[in-house]
Each structure stands twice: as C-alpha cells, then as structure tokens.
Write a protein that binds this ligand. Structure first.
Ligand code: ADP
Length: 371
C-alpha cells in the first residue's frame, strides 16, 4: 500500500489478516494498492489506482473476527434461496440488528456485513435507524436501501433507491412515539417489498441502530438483557462481538461536527461537486409543519398508568418567523393545500435550481449553519 498526504508518500506492507488503521487529517489523503489484495470495511481496493480520501475520514482494512459472522449469514442466505418461495418463513434470509453503545463500531460492522454479502452477489437491504449519525442520508432521518455493490469506501451509499423518513431530531427523546411510528412505517413498507421480491427476502437485512443505551457498564447488561428478552423466540440468536480496537470515540462536539459535515455533503457533495441553489419564496407559498407539536413529557414523568396525551403524529402548522432560521426542512409528499398565511418572503437552500417538489414542509429541531 502507498499513502500520500501533501508531499509525503509512505509505503506499508500489510501481513495476512492484518489491519491498517487510518485517520485522515485536515488535508485529503491519497492511497493506492500496489500488490496483493486488501479491503476497506468489506470493500476491495482496486489495484494500482490512486484513491483520494477526504479530510477527517477514518478507515481500516478488515477485521477477521467479523468475517465469521458473515460466513454464518451467507449460509443462511443460501438456505433461504434454496427453499420454496411459498414458504414465507424458510425463504426469509437473515435479519441482523446491530446494537451497542455509540462509538462501538456498529455502522462500520453493518457496512462490512453488507459489502461482503454484495460481493457474493446478494442484494441485502441496509436499514439505518441511527438518527444521530446515519450512513444513508442526513442526520435526523431513518432510512433503508438495497445494497447491490460493495459500499464505496469514499462515496458511501448511493441514494437513488433509498426509502427515507424524516424524524427531524438527532435524539429520539424529543418525540419517542413518533420515532416508533416511523420505524413501524418503514418496517411495513419493507415487509411489503420483500413479499414480492424473493431475491431481496433471501438476502435479508442488516439493521443499524442508534446506540441509545445508557452508561458504559450497560454494555455487559445489554447482551444478557437481550438474551433474556428473546429467549423464547425461535430463530433468534444473540451474538456478542468484540468492539474493534480501531473504533474512534467521538465526543458530543465531534459528533455535532460530523453531523454538520453530513448535511453539508448532502447539499455540496463530498468534493464540492454539487451546487445547491438559494431561492426566495413567499411565506404564503410554503406551509411548514411540526409533527407532534413540540416536546412531550416522557412516560416516566407521568403517573403510573397514564398515557402521554399529545398525539405524537399530530401536525401543527408553524408560523414562519426567525425561529426557523437555519432549520433543515423535509419536503412532504402531500399535495393538498390546507391554510394560507400572511405574505412574506423566505430564503432557502435547495439541492437544485428547480421548484420544490411540494410546498408542504416538515420541520424538526435539526439545524445547520453553513460555515
Ligand atoms: P457507531 O456506529 O457504533 O457509532 P462507527 O462504526 O461509526 O461507530 O465507528 C466510529 C468511528 O470509528 C468511525 O469514524 C469509523 O470510521 C471509525 N472506525 C471504526 N472501526 C475502525 C477501525 N477498525 N479502524 C479505524 N477506524 C475505525
């Protein structure tokens, strides 16, 4: 392997089943495979070609212990494929859910399992429920996409086929009921797609979660708790995997920064190859809604047996004012106008120069200030 950053070039000889860990600094890093084979998180490096990695990216060549999990999953996919399509149970491939604290390497493991499966010709579905640091699209969303090729180490996942729901917040506590509603909605849509697609069903899913488990000591507890909760479920295995020593811990500030980069990347592309447009629209041409109408009392704060009263999916029309400055809005699929508000102007950044696909927008608490 040859790596070059600014003016320095370095050559590294990697032994069999060994891992090279790289943290890109503030300048891009160029990287080239000179001899043999190597992977980055499950995706093989092309020989002899210089790859350019953007600043701040962290990556490594593979982790042997995770390959064994892949081998087991691969066997289950083959069994699902071989079984008759009208046996809904046995024609279902493995559905893997990766759980653990933040910064335990969940997304990385998910991507490796997906890339290895795709390399063998499967088209597994990646479901990302991490609203803090999603891998499919911007933060604040849950999303799913089929993975048809090993995931590009630089570009990440393609978005063309993604199914995305905007939650609008980077932590579920803001409206946990809405989060559950969206997850159910996503699950039902995927279930429908799988029922008509034997190939996707056999390939199964890898589901990444958001690490919303409290305390460090919880790590041990999580595994035994899951084993306990799932002990009577047939066909469910709880497997404990070691965290890779290479996983980089990020504090709240670093995570916030990486969220901002993700949003910037959405609008401008990884290498500034996209050009979003600034638009001016009249206040009365757009309708901004909040879902659930603000924070709710958590169930734990209510008397035993009491239900939170606000409907978590209630739409509340938001008055457009300075409070919306720097908000990240999602465009709704809704077509029907509802109400008209006073004549004022709003400036917004959109991925393209054309009109917005709809004038109904959803706001959460997610903001982004272009720097
Ligand atoms: P989680 O999803 O549990 O929050 P991630 O998979 O996002 O954790 O890992 C956190 C960070 O560590 C990411 O920037 C990832 O690229 C990096 N990382 C994970 N595994 C390795 C490794 N073996 N070597 C180098 N960096 C790694």
């Amino acid at each position: 392997l040859a790596a070059s950053s600014s003016s320095q070039t370095r050559q590294v000889k990697l032994d069999k089943e060994c891992e090279l860990r790289v943290e890109v600094g503030e300048t891009p890093l160029r990287f080239r495979l000179l001899n043999g084979t190597a992977e980055i998180f499950g995706t093989e490096l092309p020989p002899e070609i210089w790859l350019t990695f953007p600043p701040r990216l962290k990556f490594a060549t593979p982790m042997v212990s995770y390959v064994n999990v892949h081998a087991v999953l691969d066997g289950r996919r083959s069994r699902a494929k071989a079984s008759s399509a009208d046996a809904p149970g046995s024609s279902q491939g493995p559905r893997v859910i990766v759980v653990g604290p933040t910064d335990s390497g969940k997304s990385t493991l998910s991507k490796m399992l997906l890339s290895w499966a795709a390399k063998q010709g499967w088209k597994p579905t990646f479901v990302d429920l991490d609203i803090g640091q999603g891998s499919i699209t911007i933060p604040g969303c849950i999303a799913a996409t089929p993975v048809e090729m090993p995931i590009d180490s630089v570009e990440g996942l393609p978005l063309e086929m993604a199914l995305v729901y905007y939650f609008g917040h980077t932590t579920p506590s803001v409206n946990a009921e809405l989060y559950k509603v969206l997850v159910k909605e996503l699950a039902q849509t995927l279930e429908r797609q799988f029922s008509g697609n034997a190939e996707a069903r056999a390939a199964g899913m890898v589901i990444n979660t958001m690490g919303w488990i409290e305390g460090v000591g919880y790590e041990e507890k999580l595994c035994s708790m899951l084993k306990d909760v799932l002990k009577n479920k047939p066909n469910v295995d709880v497997v404990k995997l070691q965290k890779s020593g290479g996983v980089v811990s990020r504090n709240a500030k670093v995570r916030q920064k990486s969220r901002n980069y993700r949003i910037r990347e959405y609008f401008y592309g990884l290498t500034n190859d996209l050009s979003p447009h600034s638009h001016i629209a009249s206040f009365n041409d757009l309708f901004v809604y909040r879902i659930g109408g603000g924070p709710q009392a958590p169930r734990s704060a209510l008397p035993i047996g009491a239900e939170p009263s606000a409907d978590p999916t209630r739409l509340v029309l938001v008055t457009i004012n300075r409070d919306l400055l720097h908000s990240v809005l999602a465009v709704s699929f809704a077509k029907e106008p509802d109400q008209i508000i006073s004549r004022k102007k709003i400036t917004y950044l959109a991925p393209s120069a054309g009109d917005l696909p709809s004038k109904f927008l959803i706001v959460g608490s997610l903001t982004w200030l272009e720097t």
